[in-house]
Design a protein around this ligand. Structure first.
Ligand SMILES: Cc1ncc(COP(=O)(O)O)c(C=O)c1O
Length: 414
């Protein structure tokens, strides 16, 4: 019995990631954290298991006058914040068009507002079957549907055909066709849509926008973009001069890029060739902000503006960020080389916090590995099931031998 309203009943329940990460923590208490491999956490940790934080960010934060950062920020964010966010995410690949931003609590806020404000009740948005689990929860919370397609085609490329099949289905049912892609450095696979694939995607989305019936909304979730390699921003330029009814929303997050996970700072940026559409974007999303979280963290915005306005600080920040990217890449290369050697299958990986080992028996293999004090997250169902290896959370010395152990556990499970 509960007094919860009907729509809230049955929500929640045990969270798989927190549950397994809880098992790892309990085991670490018993045998010492140096004796377990806890690859469950979606945060970049050092060899001692502590959160990696950036000195340049910490210095900027500490320099903020408390009376300023403790004060409310404007609902849409500080006036210079959207510009600083656009600069941080697009860098030298800024698309042409009207670019406006509304501050959000992390990337989550952008996803929430997009699903709320660009879909009607009960309508669906489309994403890849390997996706961040919160996408589904946000849709459920807002009474929207999440429709998925197989992420990869037979050649291991992005499954454009599968994606457009689902979009065509949506286009039949609803005026707004909403595609949500987490790339580059996808969670949980580490895949990135290539520039050539992007060209086809934008071309085909443009055709939908020009069909006289539908509008197109493309949400690009860039939560991990700063861990992707050089050249991974080129696709932004393809968002220039799109039809007026083709709106691009870029979800910018400072959680991973600035190691400011708990500061809940982000920005939803629109790119459109229609100034009125850009104004409507700001108005509606500012309203939603007011009606849900109100204003966002002020300190995070001030840090971003600090870097934006001070070239020396920005250069030092970017250099520090690059070091982090390279150290994460070393972990990935180590795992992928061993996986290749022992013939452990992985999803196509380019960069990012996670590597996924596809297996329909993910829960069984994860349980088998826990016997050896290796903790991984089993994800998805059916064809999109797999084990998520959070390389961000384990040091190089614990990565060595891991692919071999996963392969052996898979063979034991059969
Ligand atoms: C794919 C993806 N998108 C967005 C986010 C949002 O993170 P935040 O709200 O902390 O910026 C995450 C966080 O784990 C993520 O994995």
């Amino acid at each position: 019995m509960t007094v919860l309203a009907k729509h809230a009943q049955g929500k929640g329940g045990p969270d798989k990631i927190f549950h397994i990460s809880g098992l790892a923590k309990a085991r670490a208490k018993e045998v010492g954290k140096e004796n377990i491999t806890n690859a469950t956490i979606g945060a970049f940790l050092d060899a001692s298991g502590n959160l990696i934080t950036m000195k340049t960010v910490e210095e900027s934060l500490r320099s903020l006058p408390f009376h300023e950062s403790a004060n409310y920020a404007p609902i849409a964010g500080l006036p210079e914040y959207a510009e600083a966010a656009a600069d941080a995410v697009f860098r030298d690949c800024r698309p042409e068009g009207f670019i406006r931003g509304v501050a959000t609590p992390g990337g989550t806020g952008s996803i929430r507002n997009t699903i709320k404000n660009y879909l009607e009740d009960g309508q669906a948005c489309v994403t890849s079957d390997y996706h961040w689990a919160a996408y589904k929860n946000i849709c459920y919370e807002l009474n929207r549907q999440l429709v998925t397609f197989r992420t990869f085609n037979a050649e291991g490329g992005f499954n454009i055909e599968g994606c457009f099949e689902k979009l065509a289905g949506c286009a039949q049912e609803q005026e707004n066709v909403v595609l949500m892609l987490n790339t580059p450095a996808n969670n949980p696979t580490g895949f990135s849509v290539t520039l050539d694939e992007w060209k086809i995607i934008v071309e085909r989305l443009t055709a939908i926008a020009n069909n006289g019936t539908n509008n197109v909304i493309l949400l690009v979730d860039t939560a991990y973009i700063d861990y992707a390699g050089p050249g991974s921003r080129e696709f932004f330029k393809l968002f220039s001069n799109l039809p007026k009814n083709f709106l691009v929303i870029v979800a910018f997050s400072m959680s991973k890029s600035h190691t400011m996970y708990g500061y809940r700072s982000g920005c939803m940026l629109c790119v459109t060739s229609d100034e009125e559409e850009a104004e409507a974007f700001v108005k509606a999303n500012q309203f939603s902000a007011r009606a849900t979280w109100s204003n966002c963290n002020h300190a995070g915005q001030l840090v971003l503006i600090d870097f934006y306005k001070n070239p020396e600080k920005k250069a030092a920040f970017l250099a520090e960020q690059e070091e982090l990217r390279l150290s994460l890449l070393r972990r990935a290369e180590l795992f992928m080389a061993e996986a290749k050697e022992v013939q452990l299958p992985t999803c196509p990986f380019e960069s990012g916090f996670f590597i996924t080992v596809p297996t329909v028996k993910a829960p069984e293999v994860a349980a088998e590995l826990r016997k050896e004090d290796i903790f991984l997250i089993p994800l998805g169902e059916g064809a999109s099931a797999g084990l998520r290896v959070a390389i961000c959370a384990i040091p190089e010395e614990k990565i060595s031998g891991l692919a071999r152990k996963i392969k052996a556990a898979m063979e034991r499970v059969g």
